[in-house]
Design a protein around this ligand. Structure first.
Ligand SMILES: [Fe+2]
Length: 404
């Protein structure tokens, strides 16, 4: 793993564990609350069922009489009626036993719930001394009613609820998968954020680096530097008019800003020469787009801009340099820069000649082997240039606009 990725990776993992921890705690808290609710619901349901059987069953006096007569067979036959009236009761039986002091007591008997009733006559004055009625309720049936899913009877690993029924929560199994999914999602999300941050930082650093180069360039060749800024703003204006948006527009702007940066590789006396260039000097000048492209290529974030700067001196008819490409092979962005580059050179201040009026410059552009569609867009929209407001992101590439 690369060293610079170590800290982001640790941050991602710690974040993932923190999220998993919080999520687990939340699950435990929810499970705890769910248990309390389940406990209360179970108790209510059992009490309701037991007292309904005790108070609602019609034949207790008859049962009492049969028990007192010792006729347990008849008494049991009568008890068999109880499950028919109370669907939760699985079975009812008369047995030998000490009657509870209360009307009934409830206890868990493994996975079953056992409710033991005293056998009394309807007036509750007399109690059969050595017999009880026992009804059995399946605890799982109760669970199905109060909690259709999420809980199950678990005699070994479950948590003890009301009347001693052991219940475990399936919630925990679900939450394990939830946690895994959550951790994976967090890692993915945090990785994307960090990747974005790293990319932005790299972009910022590269921009700073290029700004430094521009600064050095300005120190040696002030005229070229202001030309590049003007070309960049003009290219931005024209690019917008031609329908470029977002990243494409940004790329165009940065490429226009740096299109002549390769001139730092050309001797200053050649760059600044007012008179006619000899063939050797002209060869040197023709190298500047190649050097510009090479410089941009060495910055990862600006690599894709290198073809744009490489071809900014190409012409529609193949008369340009460095490769003599014709119209269809020249990138649109290079064509835009070519138009504004020539235009700015014509209307801008130069030490060796006076600037010409934009309208005269238009006439010259119309006769040059430039993309005439772009020339026309420039001419048609030129009146709007004064009121053109560059987007805010331009400031991050152009500190001079802030007066820095
Ligand atoms: Fe150039």
């Amino acid at each position: 793993m690369k060293k610079k990725l170590l800290i982001p990776s640790i941050i991602v993992l710690l974040t993932a564990f923190a999220v998993a921890g919080v999520f687990l705690l939340m699950q435990l808290y929810i499970a705890d609350k769910s248990f309390d609710t389940l406990d209360r619901a179970l108790k209510s349901l059992i009490d309701l069922q037991a007292s309904a059987a005790y108070n609602g069953y019609f034949a207790w006096t008859k049962m009492y009489d049969l028990v007192m007569q010792g006729n347990l067979t008849e008494a049991n036959a009568l008890a068999d009626e109880i499950p028919k009236s109370f669907p939760l009761v699985a079975s009812a039986e008369i047995m030998q036993g000490v009657p509870p002091e209360e009307n009934f007591v409830v206890g868990a008997d493994g996975e079953l719930l056992r409710i033991v009733y005293s056998i009394r006559d309807d007036d509750e004055f007399r109690t059969a001394p050595n017999a009880v009625a026992v009804t059995i309720i399946q605890a799982s049936k109760l669970l199905d009613i109060v909690s259709p899913n999420g809980f199950k009877i678990d005699m070994t690993g479950g948590r003890k609820t009301t009347y001693g029924i052991h219940v475990s929560a399936n919630l925990m199994h679900i939450s394990l998968w939830n946690i895994i999914a959550m951790v994976l999602l967090t890692i993915l999300f945090a990785s994307l954020l960090i990747q974005r941050y790293v990319k932005k930082t790299a972009f910022f650093l590269d921009t700073r680096g290029l700004e430094s180069i521009i600064y050095l360039f300005e120190q040696t060749e002030k005229m070229s530097a202001s030309h590049s800024r003007n070309v960049a703003v003009l290219a931005l204006f024209l690019g917008k008019k031609l329908g470029l948006r977002g990243k494409k527009l940004r790329n165009l702007y940065v490429a226009a800003l740096l299109h002549d940066i390769g001139k730092i590789g050309v001797p200053t006396n050649v760059i600044a020469k007012a008179g006619r260039l000899d063939s050797k000097e002209y060869m040197q000048i023709k190298q500047h787009p190649v050097i510009s492209a090479r410089i941009l290529k060495s910055f990862k974030e600006f690599e894709r801009l290198s073809p744009i700067v490489l071809y900014h001196h190409e012409r529609e008819d193949g008369s340009g340099y460095p490769e003599g490409l014709t119209g269809k092979d020249i990138p649109l962005e290079s064509k835009i820069i070519a138009v504004v580059d020539v235009f700015e050179a014509l209307v801008g201040e130069r030490p060796y000649r006076n600037p010409i009026h934009p309208f005269s410059a238009f006439e010259k552009l119309k006769k040059m082997p430039l993309d005439q569609r772009i020339v026309k867009v420039l001419i048609d929209n030129y009146s709007e240039l004064n009121s053109f407001q560059p987007p805010r992101w331009v400031l991050s590439y152009s500190p001079w606009l802030l007066g820095v």
